[in-house]
Design a protein around this ligand. Structure first.
Ligand SMILES: [Zn+2]
Length: 76
């Protein structure tokens, strides 16, 4: 599965994470997934919305409903 590079919408650091098809509810796109930014200065959960190719469409700096799993992101 591909690594995704993005920015944490809470602390705005560059992050990297891996996402798999089973991490999302594929009935509605873009589909939300919770992202825990594992970082000493952040360590907070935001929500990333991905399309059917698991590409990030947009992000929200809070834990939104509808996600079926939480994945871990680390600082780059
Ligand atoms: Zn962060």
């Amino acid at each position: 599965m591909p690594y995704r590079y993005n920015y944490c919408p809470i602390c705005e650091k560059k992050i990297v994470f891996m996402i798999n098809p089973e991490d999302i509810d594929d009935r509605v796109f873009p589909a939300p997934v919770h992202v825990l930014h594992e970082d000493d200065d952040c360590n907070k959960v935001s929500t990333f919305y991905v399309d059917s190719f698991l590409r990030v469409s947009y992000t929200e700096p809070e834990k939104k409903t509808g996600a079926i799993s939480q994945i871990v992101a680390t600082s780059r």
